[in-house]
Design a protein around this ligand. Structure first.
Ligand code: ADP
Ligand code: MG
Length: 139
């Protein structure tokens, strides 16, 4: 089935602030089923690989440091129109621009420490899910 999987990470700021439960509740209430979940710590090299598309951008090095600064919770999520609807649920990258009621508006601390990741395409959802999980880890 196409269009029904996205990948998210609850980022170090939101995990450290104790907001992961509230964020997962919002995700489930929006109709997503958790297919796989894992709490883990990225090395700076892993974070660099995950965000390779942003290599060369001015914020890349800080982003890699920040994303490896503490535990994240990685999840594969399932729902119709998963990628697009999840981007709406999390809101704009910059929380100052995020719509009211979105996860980033509620929980992000800054444009960098913005509480959650959400895949931007079906292809990237598949790549990012495989970065953290094998098919046998998905239920
Ligand atoms: P999104 O996570 O909304 O898809 P991007 O893919 O553009 O956003 O950026 C990846 C991540 O890099 C963002 O979620 C954020 O943590 C960080 N980031 C993006 N833009 C900036 C910026 N201008 N300054 C600092 N960090 C940024
Ligand atoms: Mg992105």
């Amino acid at each position: 089935m196409a269009n029904n999987i996205t990948f998210t990470m609850i980022k170090p700021d939101a995990v450290a602030a104790g907001n992961s439960g509230a964020i997962i509740k919002m995700i489930e209430e929006a109709g997503y089923r958790i297919v796989a979940a894992k709490k883990t710590i990225l090395t700076p090299a892993h974070a660099g690989q995950f965000y390779e598309v942003h290599k060369g951008r001015p914020f890349y090095n800080d982003l890699c440091k920040y994303m490896s600064s503490g535990p994240v919770i990685a999840m594969v999520l399932e729902k119709d129109n998963a990628v697009e609807d999840f981007r709406k649920l999390i809101g704009s990258t910059n929380p100052a621009e995020a719509a009211e009621g979105t996860i980033r508006k509620l929980f992000a601390k800054s444009i960098e420490a913005n509480a959650v990741h959400g895949s931007d395409s079906d292809a990237n959802a598949a790549i990012e899910s495989s970065f953290f999980f094998s098919m046998t880890e998905r239920f």
